[in-house]
Design a protein around this ligand. Structure first.
Ligand code: ZN
Length: 425
């Protein structure tokens, strides 16, 4: 069997420590936690920078996505789903073939060139363009957990933080120039709510603007740029979000806002990007039909709130040191019979928890109860339900909370209620 690489490349701590002096490989490192909690791995046979999500990791990922999708539907987005590859022609129109070629995976079949998608934007544009659009429909907001592939030099890859295949919590907003300020305002509110749910209450903002000394570097007119930059700055001011203006840091196609979350250790991580685009609407000629019956140019905003899901997952597990809150924990309750004598009652508890929608796991091993508790502690499972003689007779469970210890004798209903309270946004 070939060497199989786990989250920690070859588990060579000292080597990694040298490579990443700024980020010590502590027990709170997502690569260590990813292995300890059996969340994900990276296999050399599959390729570096390509993540394999294990069942527990997939559960967390799906919980994040379910929450994210529900919130997006509540906030006027429509969900879309697009292919992983597209003809070279699409990327020629979008400009990626000229400007982004070295980061793209290209291949050909039957003499036709294809690209493995590095971005979702051209696909969402195609959906917008599938029929004529009236100004009355705007803003149109398309959202997708879109998996993209970008070539990165192998030396720059780092656990889940920098990978070659990743999923963006992507969305594109098509609107008129007049609608932009309101869109950005509600987008900032929305971002705040989403990030708060994941335990990030503090963040900082950067506003990347163009360098007025080098107008030739940018697409779009001076008026378009100042209008867009003003709309972004005004929204930040209205929301009272302190920001640094990064002059000359904007990409050629438009200004942007980046939000950095501050984690439990005080480190800043860039997650959210809200990006203006003067380039793609022109290249694809996306318009809407105005009140005058004529075609009008529209504005396009790219935005990802979590950024890359893999990267956000790494930030999240490090932020919580692996102790994910009950609503995100892959297993919420470990049911632990004190001995095999109480297995039948433990099975009943486990079944009832599952029936209530609780993610329960039954430890049916013949280990001692203290060993079972230690195992559940190592797995950072939020609740333990211990079933012994007393509990079986009383039809209750002795509940331990991770990191807190005993919280008393509860009925199954009471434990379910506690978990449901924690599940509420
Ligand atoms: Zn985009």
């Amino acid at each position: 069997m070939k060497h199989r690489e786990h989250p920690i490349n070859s588990v060579n701590k000292s080597l990694l420590e040298n490579k990443n002096k700024e980020r010590e490989l502590s027990d709170a490192d997502h690569r260590i936690l990813g292995q300890q909690l059996d969340l994900f791995s990276i296999s050399e046979d599959v390729g570096v920078g390509l993540v394999l999500w294990h069942p527990r990791g997939t559960t967390v990922r799906n919980l994040i996505r379910d929450f994210w999708e529900k919130e997006h539907l509540k906030n006027g987005y429509q969900l879309v789903c697009t292919p992983h590859i597209a003809r070279e022609e699409l990327w020629r129109i979008s400009g990626h073939l000229d400007y982004y070629r070295e980061n793209m995976y290209l291949f050909s079949k039957d003499g036709e060139g294809y690209v493995v998608k590095p971005m979702n934007c051209p696909f969402h544009i195609q959906i917008y363009e599938a029929r004529p659009r009236s100004y009355k429909e705007l803003p149109v907001r398309y959202a997708e957990w879109g998996t993209v592939y970008r070539y990165e030099r192998s030396g720059t890859l780092h656990g889940l933080l920098r990978v070659r295949g990743f999923t963006q919590d992507d969305a594109h907003i098509f609107c008129t120039a007049e609608q932009v300020e309101n869109e950005i305002l509600s987008l900032l509110d929305f971002t705040e709510r989403i990030l708060k749910r994941f335990g990030f209450a503090e963040y900082r903002a950067n506003l990347s603007t163009r360098d007025p000394q080098q107008p030739e570097k940018y697409m779009g007119s001076e008026q378009e740029w100042s209008q867009a930059q003003n709309a972004l700055a005004k929204a930040l001011k209205k929301k009272k979000i302190a920001y640094d203006e990064m002059r000359g840091e904007a990409v050629f196609y438009g200004p942007k806002i980046d939000l950095n979350v501050v984690d439990a250790a005080g480190r800043e991580w860039q997650c959210t990007t809200i990006q203006f685009d003067f380039n793609l609407p022109k290249r694809f000629n996306i318009t809407c039909v105005g009140a005058d019956g004529r075609e009008h140019e529209i504005v396009m905003i790219h935005r990802a709130l979590l950024g890359a899901v893999e990267r956000f997952f790494a930030i999240l597990i490090e932020h919580y040191s692996g102790n994910l809150p009950a609503w995100l924990a892959p297993t919420q309750v470990a049911v632990l019979p004190v001995s095999t004598v109480f297995m039948r009652y433990a099975e009943e508890v486990h079944r009832k928890l599952l029936a209530h929608g609780v993610r329960s796991e039954l430890d049916s091993s013949s280990s001692t109860i203290s060993y079972k508790i230690r195992q559940a502690e190592t797995q950072k499972i939020p609740y333990m339900a211990i079933c012994g003689k007393n509990e079986t007779e009383l039809k209750k469970i002795a509940v331990r909370k991770h990191g807190l210890g005993n919280i008393g004798l509860l009925t199954i209903q009471e434990l379910v209620h506690n978990i449901k309270l924690e599940n509420k946004p």
